[in-house]
Design a binder for this molecule. Structure first.
Ligand code: CDT
Length: 307
């Protein structure tokens, strides 16, 4: 008896600065309708899916950026997505910038069930880029100015008959993200991303962006016996080319579906959640084989300490 969850990765093409939230939501409703026709139970949307990737610009007064953040969810502009989920009986995950009532700014991803109810909320932990304006760069990546790291860490939610975890973009490059969720029995990780192909601090990595994207998500899936869904906002957004290559990855580490465009595109896979146990109960039987007594430095220190 297998537990099958049909999952869609709803890659999105660019959202330009002049594009309204309503137009982004309309594109997502289209993708959700396509997913319903493919019998999807759940669809993952990208990081910051309602607007352009605004951390590429710096403003001296952060309140000038308030209009990029959501103060409520759903809002009048995003409600059509929640209504579509309820009508189509398809859940979704959605990334957006959140400004909380007490003034915290998070890079957020929510999990919404088939009744259009929010059942999980995750705040990005690993915030990449820089805190201050760097005028010599061709574009900014000032996430560390616009977002604080989520203090709650990585959660796993029982929903859709599965144990579902969430992470956002840069989190996928850190093995700790997957392992914390692995230790909570995660079976499916949903990860939205915006990855500029040009990595300003070290352009030698540009040509490797696609390789590194697959490398980290395939390794994370395999080493924790979990499905991973990585979903991009790709293409040329405000002159910055971003990686597509959205993928659905099995607990074996194999890519079972991958985007072939950098535009709005839906990938679908029938994910057998019981396939996770093949890895969790054998090679990666944590209880039997892990050695936490020698892993202390992983949580006890941040940077490298040389002898
Ligand atoms: N959005 C995000 O986290 N992007 C980063 C870009 C590299 S760091 C400037 C990523 O890890 O893909």
């Amino acid at each position: 008896m297998s537990r099958i969850l049909t999952v869609g990765a709803a890659q999105m093409g660019p959202i330009q600065r002049s594009d309204s939230r309503a137009s982004a939501v309309a594109r997502m409703v289209d993708l959700l309708e396509t997913a319903a026709r493919s019998n999807c139970d759940l669809v993952a949307f990208p990081e910051l899916a309602l607007t352009t990737f605004f951390p590429r610009w710096f403003v001296d007064d952060i309140s000038e950026a308030d209009h990029w953040y959501e103060r409520e969810m759903p809002s009048a502009e995003t409600r059509p997505l929640f209504d579509a989920a309820r009508r189509l009986k398809v859940g979704f995950s959605l990334g957006y910038a959140e400004l909380t009532p007490d003034g915290h700014r998070f890079n957020t991803q929510i999990l919404v069930d088939k009744d259009g109810e929010i059942v999980g909320r995750y705040h990005k932990v690993h915030i990449p880029g820089h805190e201050h304006h760097e005028p010599d760069r061709p574009f900014q990546h000032a996430e560390r100015y616009y977002f604080e790291p989520g203090p709650e860490g990585f959660g796993v939610w029982k929903a859709f008959g599965a144990r579902i975890g969430m992470m956002i973009c840069n989190d996928r490059r850190w093995p700790e993200s997957y392992r914390v969720m692995g230790l909570k029995g995660v079976e499916l990780i949903l990860c939205g991303y915006n990855t500029p192909i040009h990595y300003v601090p070290d352009p030698s990595q540009d040509i490797l962006q696609g390789f590194h994207n697959s490398l980290v998500m395939q390794a994370g899936a395999y080493q924790n016996g979990t499905w991973v869904v990585g979903v991009a906002k790709g293409g040329v957004e405000e002159g910055v080319d971003s990686l597509g290559q959205s993928a659905i990855i099995a607990p074996s580490g194999q890519i079972v579906a991958q985007a072939y465009t950098t535009a709005d595109e839906l990938l679908v896979a029938r994910c057998d959640l019981d396939w996770c146990a093949k890895y969790k109960n054998t090679l990666f039987d944590f209880e039997r084989y892990r050695r936490p007594e020698v892993y202390g430095p992983i949580t006890g220190q941040r940077g490298v300490i040389l002898d």
